[in-house]
Design a protein around this ligand. Structure first.
Ligand SMILES: [Zn+2]
Length: 274
């Protein structure tokens, strides 16, 4: 949702949902943590970020949580929570607790989530989910009242799509998308296209826009850059997007037999927005 959403395509933001996200190969870092470790020996963990001390990310977090008026609601698919490499904890570590709320689940009914329902009904709430109906956040932010709340769905494209369309609450807030051309820095997890962003990247960009402060984006992305750098030093491989691989003749997986999927891959190569 990684972006629903958030246009990045994990959470998707810049372009429409791409079902291929479901087929993404996320396995590049599998086993990474297990390599040098004996099961019976508990590794020393950092007390603050809960990561092994050797790869503690604390020096990359801001000393004090960022002062922001915008509140984020991260709607996280349960599968995302159990992943080894997740970006939402990095985001949460940069923000005050009351400005970054994480709700885990697939279905969010009004009865069980009255607070979320109230947020969705509030006219100052936006949901980051790309599509024809979505306004560009950059333009909307100029006229949108502050403080606002932004809902971001964290999961693969297909998970985010499921959450967005099967929960009527999420159709209530104004739908927005990021119109950005930046490439994801989250290089250790394959994104469907070059402009797919992780949930953390989407949140960083959205916050910088709403708060009119580019420094916010830089600060939030710092731990992600450090994480990717650590992982690469420890043997992870850079995952180029499927788009990059196809365009450069580096895609080494069997091509799909399904005609619809094949057509989608052709569209990726030809730079057509899906
Ligand atoms: Zn730490």
């Amino acid at each position: 949702m990684e972006t629903a959403v958030t246009g990045s395509e994990e959470s998707g933001v810049a372009e429409g949902p791409v079902e291929e996200a479901a087929e993404r190969e996320d396995g590049g870092c599998e086993g990474l943590w297990e390599l040098p470790v004996e099961r019976c020996v508990r590794r020393a963990e950092c007390g603050r970020c809960s990561r092994p001390q050797k790869v503690c990310l604390c020096p990359f977090f801001p000393v004090h949580p960022l002062k922001v008026s915008t509140c984020l609601y991260i709607i996280q698919h349960p599968a995302e929570e159990s992943r080894v490499l997740r970006t939402v904890p990095l985001l949460a570590a940069c923000l005050p607790g009351d400005k970054c709320k994480v709700l885990i689940g697939r279905r969010f009914g009004e009865d069980r989530y009255p607070e979320l329902a109230a947020v969705c009904r509030n006219s100052s709430t936006l949901i980051l989910y790309p599509g024809a109906e979505a306004a560009n956040l950059e333009e909307l932010a100029l006229i949108f009242p502050s403080p606002s709340t932004i809902i971001i769905i964290d999961g693969t494209w297909s998970q985010a799509k499921d959450i967005f369309y099967k929960n009527s609450l999420f159709r209530l807030p104004k739908q927005v998308q990021l119109k950005t051309s930046i490439s994801s820095q989250y290089v250790i997890r394959t994104q469907p296209t070059n402009t797919c962003l992780s949930t953390l990247e989407c949140a960083a960009i959205a916050l910088a826009i709403m708060e009119k402060n580019d420094g916010i984006q830089e600060t939030i992305l710092r731990p992600l850059q450090a994480l990717c750098s650590f992982q690469l030093q420890h043997g992870a491989q850079i995952h180029h997007s499927k788009e990059h691989l196809l365009k450069n003749g580096l895609y080494d997986k069997p091509m799909p037999k399904n005609k619809r999927k094949l057509r989608r891959m052709e569209l990726l190569v030809n730079n057509v927005k899906i």
